[in-house]
Design a binder for this molecule. Structure first.
Ligand SMILES: NC(=O)c1ccc[n+]([C@@H]2O[C@H](COP(=O)([O-])OP(=O)(O)OC[C@H]3O[C@@H](n4cnc5c(N)ncnc54)[C@H](OP(=O)(O)O)[C@@H]3O)[C@@H](O)[C@H]2O)c1
Length: 325
């Protein structure tokens, strides 16, 4: 089966899907004439080469006449996607659907239910490292991974990093490699270390930035358009549930959590990640920062067991993982 996530995928169809979902569509239909497009559909429509996505949780009954594949939401409300790669559906588009439709629909369902949707992402080596011991990490992934990350930013409302990533990488967190709007930029820094750096961090300049610090921190950023959220610290951590509730109050329901390991682990441990994308690069570092830091378990049965789907990103592997319930 071909499962290449190609850079030439018909990206505008996914931006159309996001717009339709934001406008309240309950069913989407992807159809190909010269190129793939997405339009709102009635749940039982469907045409030649159409792929129908039901947005209401529950089971879609029956197959749609002429449809190549039918998307169903799982009973937990998150997408349970089955896209057979047949001669009638081009393989590269089918792969893009498998990667991005669960994100789009998971985000839409969460927002409609007044909840949050978090997609985590990590780029790691074959031996599970996200950076060298000195924190240098650019680039473990490849250009296709960076394009993919920008697509994810364009599909969700916020992009979040931990303080170490903000301080070490000084990322812009904008959408530059693909079409789409920039998400809001979010940094979590319980001890307020993002204020201790003498540099003005790029992500903390200009409107659209949200900083999360512990409740006792009184610092203000130099840029007054940056919003500071003060959250009660519990056992040295800001609870992910409190961060997500504050973001919802600012209208941000869907978040792309780009790392590093500290913040990803904190959200994973709190069961606050709906979908985790793990990009595996064709490289071994031998030492360096591990991709996750979670408490030890004594038996493999006590690990987090995941459902996995995979795509190929220019020779690297992109895993989409969801925790088994
Ligand atoms: N390969 C990749 O995909 C990838 C992606 C991103 C980053 N990186 C690399 O990873 C490294 C950084 O990762 P990291 O694990 O060291 O750090 P990190 O996750 O970026 O940041 C950890 C810091 O974020 C804050 N934080 C996170 N969760 C928190 C919570 N629940 N409550 C309060 N504060 C919280 C804390 O800041 P305070 O100390 O201020 O409390 C904590 O020290 C860098 O070298 C970067 O280049 C790699």
């Amino acid at each position: 089966m071909h499962c290449n996530l190609s850079d030439s995928l018909p990206w505008s169809a996914f931006l159309q899907a996001r717009e339709l979902l934001d406008a309240g569509a309950t069913a989407l239909e992807f159809a190909c004439e010269d190129t793939w497009t997405c339009r709102a559909a009635s749940p039982v429509s469907g045409g030649a080469k159409a792929l129908l996505a039901e947005v209401e949780p529950g089971t879609v009954s029956g197959a749609v006449e002429g449809a190549t594949a039918v998307y169903r939401t799982g009973t937990d409300g998150l997408p349970d996607l089955r896209v057979p790669t047949t001669s009638r559906l081009d393989a590269s588009f089918a792969t893009a659907v498998r990667v991005y439709l669960p994100v789009l629909i998971g985000a839409a369902l969460a927002k409609r239910a007044g909840q949050s949707f978090v997609a985590g992402h990590v780029t790691q080596t074959l031996d599970g490292r996200i950076a060298c011991e000195n924190g240098q990490s650019q680039w473990i992934g490849n250009a296709a991974d960076r394009n993919h990350s920008h697509r994810m930013r364009a599909l969700l409302e916020g992009v979040m990093v931990g303080a170490n990533t903000a301080l070490h990488d000084d990322p812009m967190l904008t959408v530059r490699h693909v079409d789409g709007a920039d998400p809001r930029r979010i940094v979590v820094s319980g001890r307020g270390r993002v204020f201790t750096d003498e540099r003005a961090l790029t992500m903390m300049s200009g409107p659209g930035c949200e900083i999360f610090v512990g409740a006792t921190h009184e610092e203000q950023p130099t840029d007054e358009s940056v919003r500071v959220n003060r959250v009660e610290n519990i056992d040295g951590q800001l609870p992910p549930a409190s961060i997500l509730a504050a973001l919802r109050a600012s209208g941000i329901h869907s978040i792309y959590l780009e790392g590093g390991a500290g913040i990803l682990s904190s959200f994973l441990q709190a069961q606050a990640i709906d979908l985790l994308q793990i990009h595996i690069a064709s490289m071994i570092l031998g030492a360096g920062l591990p991709s996750l830091r979670l408490p030890a378990v004594d038996h493999v049965d006590d690990g987090m067991h995941m459902h996995m789907d995979h795509a190929i990103l220019d020779g690297h592997v992109l895993l989409t993982c969801r925790q088994q319930s």
